[in-house]
Write a protein that binds this ligand. Structure first.
Ligand SMILES: NC(=O)c1ccc[n+]([C@@H]2O[C@H](COP(=O)([O-])OP(=O)(O)OC[C@H]3O[C@@H](n4cnc5c(N)ncnc54)[C@H](OP(=O)(O)O)[C@@H]3O)[C@@H](O)[C@H]2O)c1
Length: 233
């Protein structure tokens, strides 16, 4: 499948799922813009865009410098263990700003850059955006919100006659550095979880994203739920 002549912006392209989809897009011939804070970890061949997505003025500057876009992979995200009952609201704010607010702003700012024939947006949600895991805390609501934003945007686009397609991908556990934050202070539980299952790899998720980006123009995949066959819930 060739994506030559396509320009894709991948947020969080320096690690995990974002890194994997950036590599796949490059292999498919796309021009890939990789957005993150630490651009030294971006895959070779990606055009680096240094940006802290928790700062909306930095997002404005980034999009002000892009002339044209075909694909947005809205993937940057953070999972802090922060309970509703006694978590620190500052952690909720950090997750909300990145996982929901920045993702939504990037959707909005991409729309005028897409061609008339429509662009494509892939938003990374989670299985934690479909059911709340016991330690989901405030992370889980941010991932429910990603699905809500995606559905709301799709309805608005259809009402406006805009053919841009919007998908979410909802993985269960993926073996990436994100889990170190999510299990901070529960390192024993993380190693038990790792030894109890063969987790998804970032590459597994990226393959599903590439599938979404490879469908014919009249096909809109709205969500892919995926998890390790050994993940119990
Ligand atoms: N791993 C899982 O089990 C899992 C499961 C379901 C869903 N997800 C979702 O998948 C997405 C990717 O997660 P991952 O597991 O691949 O995590 P990861 O390996 O920790 O990567 C996170 C990426 O986000 C970027 N990022 C973090 N804060 C940022 C900020 N303020 N501004 C710009 N970029 C920022 C990081 O780059 P810099 O640090 O360089 O900025 C990094 O490239 C997230 O939305 C996550 O919620 C993950």
């Amino acid at each position: 499948m060739s994506l030559s002549n396509k320009t894709a912006l991948v947020t969080g392209a320096s690690s995990g799922i974002g890194h994997a989809i950036a590599v796949k897009l490059l292999d498919a011939g796309a021009n890939v813009l990789g957005l993150c804070r630490d651009t030294s970890k971006l895959p070779e061949g990606v055009t680096p865009i240094e940006c802290d997505l928790s700062d909306s003025t930095q997002i404005d500057t980034v999009f002000g410098a892009i002339n044209q876009l075909d694909i947005l992979v809205n993937n940057a995200g953070l999972a802090l263990l922060s309970r509703i009952s006694d978590g620190d609201p500052a952690d909720w704010d950090t997750m909300w700003q990145l996982n929901v607010q920045a993702l939504t702003i990037c959707c909005q700012k991409s729309l005028p850059l897409f061609p008339k024939s429509g662009g494509q947006i892939v938003n990374t949600s989670s299985m934690s955006g479909h059911r709340v895991p016991p330690s989901g805390g405030f992370y889980s609501p941010t991932k429910f919100a990603v699905r809500g934003v995606s559905d709301a945007l799709r309805l608005e686009l259809r009402a406006d006659g805009n053919p841009t397609r919007v998908a979410t991908v909802s993985p269960g556990f993926v073996d990436t550095p994100l889990l170190d934050n999510y299990f901070k202070g529960r390192e024993e539980q993380l190693s038990q979880t790792r030894s109890s299952m063969q987790m998804l790899e970032a590459d597994d998720v990226a393959s599903s994203m590439l599938h979404i980006l490879s469908t014919p123009l009249h096909v809109e995949i709205t969500d892919i739920q995926m998890r390790s066959v050994e993940q119990k819930s």
